[in-house]
Write a protein that binds this ligand. Structure first.
Ligand code: PRP
Ligand code: MN
Ligand code: MG
Length: 180
């Protein structure tokens, strides 16, 4: 599996460091607010588990499964809710945890949805921000890394369901996605 990676962009250590930095900011910003921290499955699962361990104040966790890409490499443009939240966001401070913002369609849809459901506030924490590809105007509040427009996988990010379990973010070799 590691042979399919052209280069490592962000190592395990880089990600730990950035999670600690963001976790500190989030702790300060949400002290006394009991935020609902929402993991967007499946991509955000690894980042969620690392970032919440760096949040040193009361919070609750929930999970939402949405998909815009399916197995396609380009976004279909519509975001499908596969699993909704278990709890209500009404009057809650919501902090969305994402692995990557690409076109911004997923987060545009989710922010609008949570605001429509009367959340008290909605903020975004993303490990990667791929600004070059943005279609929707989405601005994250907490960003790990500004990522170049390359085919990145690992640490939650997949290609055809694979590579999510890599402990780092890397660039996939073109021959891997060209064959599919
Ligand atoms: C990926 C990624 C983000 C979204 C970003 O999820 O994890 O959630 O796409 O793209 P966008 O900004 O263009 O909407 P995907 O839909 O592939 O589902 P997954 O997390 O289960 O892989
Ligand atoms: Mn996702
Ligand atoms: Mg995906």
């Amino acid at each position: 599996m590691n042979d399919d990676i052209e280069k490592v962009l962000y190592s395990k250590e880089d990600i730990v460091r950035v999670s600690q930095k963001l976790g500190k900011q989030i702790t300060q910003d949400y002290e006394g607010k009991n935020p609902l921290v929402v993991c967007i499955l499946k991509g955000a699962i690894l980042f969620m588990s690392d970032i919440v361990r760096e949040i040193d104040t009361y919070c609750e966790l929930d999970f939402m499964d949405v998909s815009s890409y399916g197995n396609a490499q380009v976004s279909s443009g519509s975001v499908k809710i596969i699993k909704d939240l278990d709890v209500s966001v009404e009057d809650r401070h919501v902090l969305i945890i994402e692995d990557i913002i690409d076109t911004g369609r997923t987060l545009r849809t989710l922010v609008d949805l949570f605001e429509h459901r009367n959340a008290k506030s909605v903020k975004i924490c993303t490990l990667l921000d791929k600004k070059e590809r943005r279609v929707e105007g989405v601005t994250p509040d907490y960003v790990g890394f500004d990522v170049p427009n390359e085919f990145v996988v690992g640490y939650g990010l997949d290609f055809l369901g694979h590579y999510r379990n890599l402990p780092y973010v890397g660039v996939l070799k073109p021959k891997i996605y060209a064959d599919n």
